[in-house]
Design a protein around this ligand. Structure first.
Ligand code: NAD
Length: 413
């Protein structure tokens, strides 16, 4: 199943609950604008190379569109379209005054030098600068891009339009970035896992956690949950699964990640090593946090997952058919559009600070993040109970209702 078909399926289930007519569904589902561009750079060896870049602007009824830039070999129009629509529902569930967008380039950034990535980013801005801007569409980081890419993007865009750091978020903290942006998604995943387990009546120190992916999201989620006394018994990255039934030493894992090439856990000793995909099906795991890539829980492995709770750190890790199987088996899934909304929430705080030329402390960022996510969580939890639907369907119902209302007020124009 393609990524956009999967997000559309989740949308349809919630739209059925809400009784939305087909013409309104079409209007809510269809992206507002899709741009595909050729991005050509000179490689360090003097040869030209062409890449394909995308920006999909899904919906703008609730405000300027917002969504990350992904540099990954799998980036294509369908994936970007799916991620752009997820951003529309995510910003709406978190009640941020934004619409949804997403962009990316089909490239493996590990095969390019830093100077080549800079040239690629600047060439991409040259192609899409007219459709982005602080009141139009505000990109941010995603897989394969970081604060350096955001700084190059901003610098190139400002060559056309002059100083305006609010054109992009996820910038370096000393260059108009927000304190706490880097940790925000993983911290939000941790905060919401904690909240959910409290609601389910579980004690943190008796709740074993497994995290797939030890990148930005996975590592920060592990740090937060470890500090909240949850035993993290397994983490994985592309080099394998690192398992210890009595709980891993998360501080040592974070140190290893910092000190090793590409932030990988390869060579970490103080635990058992298993294949990367073994993490999903471990028997003594209570909460599984997929925080790596999309499409990892499928019809094939949904029955084998032992965890009773799944918190979607990644975007789109569970396919609709797998979601159905998990629901039937009584597994609680906290959906991506709520679980990983911490990143876009702090991006919103960064945009606000840039526009006010004012800087918040880390404490303020963290407390406003908690406030925003707690409100969103309570709303989703109550809607799920009121309508006897899953947390995912409840989150979509809230997001769709808010976007539909904004669309109606705008006359769907
Ligand atoms: P990242 O590139 O920093 O980390 C990805 C991690 O996943 C790495 O440790 C990598 O080794 C690992 N990985 C990749 N494939 C794997 C596999 N098959 N098995 C095990 N591990 C694997 O990326 P990130 O920023 O942490 O993003 C992770 C996910 O979270 C993505 O789906 C992204 O769209 C989503 N997300 C990220 C943010 C953010 O602010 N970074 C916000 C919202 C959603």
């Amino acid at each position: 199943m393609k990524a956009f078909e999967a997000t559309t399926r989740f949308f349809e289930i919630a739209a059925d609950q809400l009784g939305i007519e087909s013409d309104i569904r079409q209007s809510l589902l269809m992206p507002s604008r899709e741009m595909q561009v050729q991005v050509t750079i000179e490689r360090d060896n003097g040869r030209l190379e062409n890449f394909v870049g995308f920006r999909v602007q899904h919906d703008k009824y609730r405000g300027p569109m917002k969504g990350g830039l992904r540099y990954h070999p799998n980036v294509d129009l369908d994936e970007v379209r799916a991620l752009a629509s997820l951003m529309t529902w995510k910003t709406a569930v978190a009640n941020l005054p934004f619409g949804g967008a997403k962009g990316g380039i089909g490239v493996d950034p590990n095969t390019l030098s830093s100077r080549e990535i800079e040239r690629l980013t600047r060439a991409f801005v040259d192609k899409i600068h007219e459709i982005v801007g602080p009141d139009k569409d505000i990109p941010g980081p995603d897989m394969g891009t970081d604060h350096r890419v955001m700084a190059w993007f901003r610098n190139q865009w400002e060559k056309y339009y002059g100083f305006n750091p609010s054109v992009i978020t996820g910038k370096p903290v000393e260059e108009y970035g927000a304190k706490g942006r880097e940790e925000a998604t993983g911290r939000g995943v941790g905060l919401l896992t904690h909240k959910l387990m409290k609601r389910l009546g579980a004690n943190s120190n008796e709740t074993n956690i497994a995290i797939q992916g030890f990148g930005n999201v996975g590592a920060h989620a592990a740090k937060f949950l470890d500090e909240a006394q949850f035993p993290i018994i397994a983490v994985s990255d592309i080099s394998g699964t690192y398992y210890r039934g009595s709980g891993l030493n998360v501080r040592a894992l974070l140190k290893h990640k910092l000190e090793h090439p590409r932030g990988l856990l390869e060579g970490y000793q103080d635990c058992e090593k298993l294949p990367a995909d073994a993490l999903l099906e471990l028997g003594d795991v209570h909460v599984l946090i997929p925080a790596a890539v999309g499409g990892v829980i499928t019809e094939e492995n949904a029955e084998k997952i032992q965890a009773k709770v799944i918190v979607e750190g990644a975007n789109g890790p569970v396919y609709p058919i797998a979601d159905y199987i998990l629901h039937e088996r009584g597994v609680t899934v906290l959906p991506d559009i709520l679980a990983n909304a911490g990143g876009v929430t702090v991006s919103y705080f960064e945009w606000v600070q840039n526009r006010q030329h004012y800087r918040w402390t880390l404490d303020r960022v963290r407390s406003e993040l908690e406030h925003t996510l707690s409100d969103a969580f309570e709303n989703v939890w109550q809607t799920a109970n009121q309508h006897s639907v899953s947390l995912r369907t409840a989150a979509y119902m809230i997001g769709i209702t808010r976007v539909q209302r904004a669309g109606e007020l705008a006359g769907f124009a």
